[in-house]
Design a binder for this molecule. Structure first.
Ligand SMILES: [Zn+2]
Ligand SMILES: [Zn+2]
Length: 108
């Protein structure tokens, strides 16, 4: 009896008095664990979609699911329309910089 258990989310030790079914220290940890699981599900779903698109050669879908700059799979954490195209701000600004450099060259 009284086996020491730890929170599934943050790893903190659960009080000895915690019921056997309890897995998290509190609701915050439970919500955090839920969010992480959701994210993992989405990543898995996206990977599946991309695999399917590649299998049937659906270029439009592949473009939608991957970053045109680095080819990484895109996670829809985007808040703005322009965020949807690239996987990260880093890729987006890299493209912008390249575009600006090209424009500068064309003007010269
Ligand atoms: Zn916790
Ligand atoms: Zn990228």
């Amino acid at each position: 009896m009284g086996r020491i258990r730890f929170c599934d989310s943050c790893g903190a030790r659960l009080p000895r008095s915690a019921s056997a079914r309890r897995r998290y220290c509190d609701d915050v940890c439970r919500a955090q664990a839920y969010r992480e699981r959701k994210r993992a599900d989405r990543a898995w779903g996206l990977g599946l979609m991309l695999g399917e698109a590649e299998w049937v050669g659906d270029e439009g879908m592949i473009r939608l699911l991957t970053c045109p700059e680095c080819g990484h799979i895109l996670f829809a954490g985007a808040t703005r329309r322009s965020d949807l195209i690239y996987c990260s701000g880093r890729c987006r600004s890299r493209v912008w910089r390249r575009r600006a450099a090209r424009r500068a060259r064309e003007r010269a």
